[in-house]
Design a protein around this ligand. Structure first.
Ligand code: BGC
Length: 945
């Protein structure tokens, strides 16, 4: 008997993915065992073309044979070349020292359409005549969303079906249907890419949805990123066209051995439908009276429909979507509702979300108009606050079918909101206009027909990874707010915000939050895909963009000029691969983007031979939204120069390290030398002999310390100056997006954990807990998005759902709970457990799902007693640093203490669960009472812009 289990078999980070186009996919698995020291000593992967073969132990596609190795992640398939459509069934056999081998349950992946010639279908678009013939329909223009096309095609299946797969893509968004049912539950497929470089397709197994005899495929085609509003642009059609088009290819393997292919072509029919318009920013208008029952089923008579038009295929490649799809991830019922006036209610979901409302109504007359407006906050008079949405109308309209129950949600739009205002109006023009009083009575009566208002949360379904909790409820909410902002903004790509007319893949935001994001969720596949968007957006010179996917720039582009090359933003092109290597042990992402990274860093070097990054700074956002903030673009200042130089130095250091990982020794030396050159120039320009920087901001010190730009002997003095800066602001932070992710980690690592805790636990402005104290359920874009004294900040740039300032989540995991990467080894097969308990928290618990299994760390600090429970997953080892007073006894549950460094007793722990205890004085911790005293009345407070 063995207690070993093999779980979580994944291919390219995904569980049983269908239709991938990675020809050498990487496989991974996890071990579960309660046995201390459980470790894999060998494995054997078998990949078979049929389940029966695998059952017999035959890997006809690949049999790795027994390999003496502890590797359980990124095992590269090395069997026979894989072909389009191939289904690969696989399992892994694992040997440990103490038990006979264990075999996993089988998993699978399937290959997509690898060659362009695998596609036999044609791209189709709706005939514009369907709009002209329909008086209610609107043609899309550069400023107005048009009426989406509905498509269908009936076909016969002549015999029993063995397997059926449908592949689909669109320029636009598709919702696919088969025999009256939705195919899959993905939203906004095939999602966002740089459409000038590649377009994704998706594959679905539809075997169970087909029947012998007559069948029908249906599709609705929406605008999305392809032709709708994107960002703050005044016009739509960012990729050069307002026409959406569709590609569908259904492949049915019949039991008889023949294959039937049903693909889009001019034999498909098209028509308008109940969706009158639908745009991400503007919302959807849906007239349920226009629904045609059974339009997507086999028996529908589509005589009034017109043939679809075949259109030219894209000139860019079609690629499989290899990341977690967007779906509805949770549903929320309102926590409160309030009548604003007759026929108008505001519902509070209790949580700021991305998504929409699912409406349920009963027995309302046909044509009753329900309008849903969405907002993140309420005005002081309890009406909906929408000013900060800028030009995003974020309003959905539903016109009732009439009678009975109706359930509806929109299709090709989403909103960022906590509050939804629902107003009801009787059928327009149905009766002579009644007097005002009667109107109100009618509205109030109609309101009784509202049977349900449900918030549907949408986002990319990245699997949960970490959970954090501690003794301070405000901190727990802060952590949760970061998780929510991540869920709301990780929507196909990492966006800045989900509510206003922006929602772009801003690179600075993504990179400062990335490490926190990895603590909350498994974002390996998500960022692997986004890095492709980032590289697609790189200029031939090597300039990485500020946002990705890139928006085509042109005459209708209204914006910041060239969105590229800004320090702290464009550098995400290096930071993302580096971080994925550190956290997931992924070498391939580094290999694939190596040339792009080198090109970027060399481009900076070419333009800045002195070692200071003073030239070609792009929009130069600086420490965006710091206090006091400077939000002017393209301006220069010593602080911005320092920031740009520091990021360049760090890029060079990261490349030197990655070059060593890849065995590129000459490049490792070249980038080390580049780092040294920049470091020397940095010191020459900004460092005074006493450790003081010529530019004295918190972020200047943080970058200098975090990126190792100072001589070793002045680090302590620089850290002291940082603390002095914080003290001078009456113990407040003042960093913007860039500095904030380094603030508490650097304070902790330079011996000032007490200051980090002190900042964490403040709840007066500006602080992390100030929004929490005032009811925030997501992270705000700015420290002063709303203040008690001034109310809402200028609505031109005031989102309540931007994750960047929530990057403190990383510190909660790394230094409060103490789950930290090994300094030398990526991927958590070896890691460090080292909590820094501090004032105001009497306990903290975290669990973290790594590629190797779940790490746990739970400590309690009562009186002088510190107790700590930890879990080290099978096949990993941890360096355990137990906080303890030097000279006092420690209890380590059988682990040998091998060293002592300052206040930590050091042990090496093989896999297993342990309970450790020590004596730990409640040090300076307790002296820092929390929450700290509010700023005294009359005293000038630090203020943001
Ligand atoms: C976005 C940010 C972004 C910034 C660039 C803003 O409009 O919302 O999050 O990083 O522009 O400075």
């Amino acid at each position: 008997m063995t207690d070993l289990r093999i779980t979580n078999l994944r291919c390219e980070y995904l569980v049983a993915p269908l239709g991938i186009d990675e020809r050498a996919p990487r496989l991974s698995w996890q071990l579960e065992s309660d046995r201390r020291g459980a470790r894999q000593i060998a494995y054997r992967v078998r990949v078979a073309s049929a389940p029966a073969l695998l059952e017999r132990g035959t890997g006809d596609l690949w049999d790795s044979g027994r390999l003496e190795s502890a590797q359980t992640t990124h095992v590269v398939y090395a069997g026979r070349a894989l072909r389009s459509r191939e289904v690969c069934h696989w399992s892994v056999e694992v040997w440990t020292a103490s038990v006979p081998s264990v075999l996993s349950v089988p998993s699978l992946w399937s290959m997509g359409l690898l060659e362009a010639c695998d596609w036999h279908s044609r791209w189709i678009a709706a005939d514009s005549e369907i709009i002209r013939r329909d008086p209610a329909a609107v043609a899309s223009t550069l400023t107005e969303p048009g009426t989406p096309g509905f498509f269908r095609r009936a076909f016969d299946v002549p015999g029993p079906v063995k397997r059926a797969t449908v592949y689909a893509s669109a320029r636009g968004l598709f919702e696919l249907r088969l025999n009256g049912q939705r195919v899959g539950d993905d939203l906004f497929a095939p999602e966002w890419t740089d459409y000038d470089k590649r377009i994704q397709y998706r594959a679905y197994d539809v075997t169970a949805m087909l029947a012998m005899g007559r069948n029908a495929l249906g599709a609705i085609l929406g605008d999305g990123w392809w032709s709708g509003y994107v960002g703050w642009q005044e016009t739509r059609g960012r990729y050069g066209s307002l026409e959406n088009s569709l590609l569908v290819q259904l492949e049915v393997e019949l039991a008889s051995g023949t294959t039937l292919t049903v693909g889009t072509d001019a034999a498909w029919q098209c028509a308008t439908g109940p969706i009158l318009s639908s745009d991400f920013m503007m919302g959807e208008v849906y007239d349920a009276r226009r629904e045609r029952a059974g339009w997507d089923g086999p028996d529908f008579v589509d005589q009034a429909w017109l043939p679809a038009c075949e259109v030219a295929p894209p000139t860019v490649p079609l690629v499989a979507q290899c990341s977690d799809p967007v779906r509805i991830t949770e549903e929320l019922e309102p926590v409160a509702q309030r009548k604003i006036r007759s026929g108008v209610f505001i519902y509070d979901l209790g949580q700021n979300i991305s998504g929409w409302v699912r409406l349920r109504v009963a027995d309302l007359p046909a044509g009753t108009r329900l309008t849903l407006r969405h907002g993140e906050r309420l005005n002081p008079d309890a009406t909906l606050y929408t000013e900060n949405l800028r030009r995003a109308q974020a309003a959905d309209t539903y016109l009732c079918r009439g009678g009975g129950e109706e359930v509806w949600m929109p299709h090709f739009t989403f909103h960022g909101f906590q509050f939804v205002e629902l107003s009801v109006e009787p059928t327009v023009g149905s009766t002579a206009q009644p007097p005002a009083g009667a109107c109100n009575a009618i509205r109030d009566k109609l309101m009784h027909g509202i049977a349900g208002v449900t918030g549907c949360v949408i986002g990319s379904v990245t699997p949960p990874a970490g959970h954090f909790a501690c003794s301070h409820s405000g901190v727990n909410r802060l952590w949760l707010n970061g998780v929510w902002s991540q869920r709301d903004n990780f929507l196909s790509v990492p966006t800045d915000c989900p509510q206003r007319d922006e929602r772009l893949g801003w690179m600075g935001d993504a990179q400062v939050f990335l490490r926190t994001a990895t603590c909350n969720r498994d974002v390996a596949a998500f960022f692997t895909k986004w890095m492709i968007d980032v590289e697609d957006a790189q200029t031939t010179d090597g300039v990485f963009p500020d946002t990705a996917p890139r928006l085509r720039e042109g005459e209708n582009f209204v914006g910041l000029g060239n969105l590229g090359g800004s320090a702290g933003w464009a550098d995400a092109g290096v930071i993302v691969p580096y971080t994925l290597w550190r956290v997931y042990g992924d070498r391939r992402i580094v290999e694939r983007h190596w040339d792009a990274m080198v090109k970027w860093v060399d481009w900076i070097d070419r333009h800045n031979p002195s070692g200071l990054r003073l030239n070609q700074l792009g929009n130069n956002y600086g420490d965006w939204l710091c206090i006091p903030s400077d939000t002017s673009f393209g301006t220069h200042s010593p602080m911005k120069n320092l920031l740009a130089t520091a990021y360049w130095a760090d890029d060079a250091a990261k490349l030197a390290r990655l070059a060593r990982v890849l065995g590129r020794d000459a490049e490792a030396q070249r980038f080390s030398a580049m780092f040294e050159k920049i470091r020397a120039a940095f010191q020459q320009e900004w460092l005074r002999p006493d450790g003081q920087l010529a530019v004295e901001t918190q972020t200047a010190y943080l970058l200098a310390l975090a990126f190792h730009l100072l001589p070793e002997e002045v680090r302590a003095r620089a850290a002291a100056r940082l603390v002095e800066n914080i003290r001078a602001l009456d113990w407040h932070l003042s960093t913007g997006f860039i500095g904030i992710s380094h603030l508490n980690p650097i304070l902790t690592l330079t011996g000032h954990a007490d200051v980090a805790y002190r900042l964490l636990l403040r709840d007066d402005y500006p602080s992390w807990l100030y929004p929490v104290k005032h009811g925030a359920t997501t992270i705000w874009e700015r420290w002063n998005g709303w203040t008690k004294e001034d109310g809402f900040f200028n609505p031109q740039m005031n989102s309540f759902n931007h994750y960047s300032l929530g990057s403190v989540g990383e510190w909660l995991f790394r230094h409060v709970a103490g789950i930290e990467l090994d300094p030398d080894v990526g991927g958590f097969q070896r890691f460090v457990l080292q909590p820094f308990p501090g004032a105001g928290l009497s306990w903290a618990n975290a669990t973290y799902q790594t590629m190797h299994g779940e790490i746990a760390s739970a400590w309690k600090h009562r009186g002088n007693k510190f107790t700590w429970k930890i879990r080290v997953p099978p096949n990993t080892t941890a360096r355990v640093c137990l906080p303890s007073e030097p000279g006092t006894p420690v209890s380590t549950d059988g682990l040998a203490v091998i060293d002592r460094i300052g206040n930590f007793a050091i042990c090496e722990a093989p896999a297993g669960c342990y309970e450790l205890q020590s004596t730990l004085r409640v040090s300076s911790a307790k002296r820092v009472k929390t929450p700290v005293a509010r700023t005294r009345a009359g005293k000038k407070k630090p203020r943001g812009k």
